[in-house]
Design a protein. Structure first.
Length: 182
């Protein structure tokens, strides 16, 4: 079994560790295997893959898509490192407004599965960080949404992971607070 699945305090969000097979030539690892993901409770189909590159200090998010185009995401880092965060935006959830975060790197072989109904953000911890994500729905500008990265109700301590100046797009700086979208 090339994957280890671990539940988090947020229902549906899972940390997935890949098994790497290596020798003097390099390594091989599977990054997705439908039957194993389904057995772990991740039954959605992935329809779009995305790849971004960010420099140290770039913060992207907190992003989500509204129904009926909500997206689940399977995220990983190919090179570099991020502090990756899932925020529960399911209004009837006991963990609404709570977040879970962890560091994803190429070396630690971890991925994070974030179901539909959650917001997603990440902070690049190294220059030239390559971030990949598989999505369960196509991008839809019409259904695109977000919450401010510094929302006091969510209270993510980005500075704990990076003490430099954050690089944030104007769009992300102008996102509403959680209290403005509920």
């Amino acid at each position: 079994m090339p994957f280890l699945f671990e539940n988090t305090p947020l229902e549906g969000v899972k940390v997935i560790e890949m098994k790497r097979f290596g020798d003097e030539r390099g390594f091989f690892e599977e990054t997705y295997k439908k039957e194993e993901f389904v057995a772990a409770g991740i039954t959605e189909s992935f329809v779009q893959d995305n790849h971004s590159c960010s420099n140290k200090g770039v913060l992207r998010g907190i992003h989500f898509q509204r129904e009926p185009k909500a997206q689940g995401k399977l995220v990983s880092v190919i090179s570099g490192a991020v502090f990756d965060v899932a925020v529960d935006l399911r209004r009837n959830s006991p963990t609404f407004g709570k977040w879970f975060g962890l560091e994803l790197t190429a070396e630690n072989k971890k991925m994070l599965y974030i179901p539909a109904g959650f917001g997603h953000a990440f902070l690049a911890l190294k220059d030239n960080t390559h971030f990949c994500y598989k999505c369960t729905n196509y991008y839809s500008k019409e259904h695109d949404g977000g919450v401010r990265f510094d929302d006091p109700r969510i209270n993510i301590n980005w500075k704990k992971h990076f003490d430099g100046e954050l690089i944030i797009s104007e769009k992300d700086r102008e996102l509403p607070l959680l209290s403005e979208i509920i």
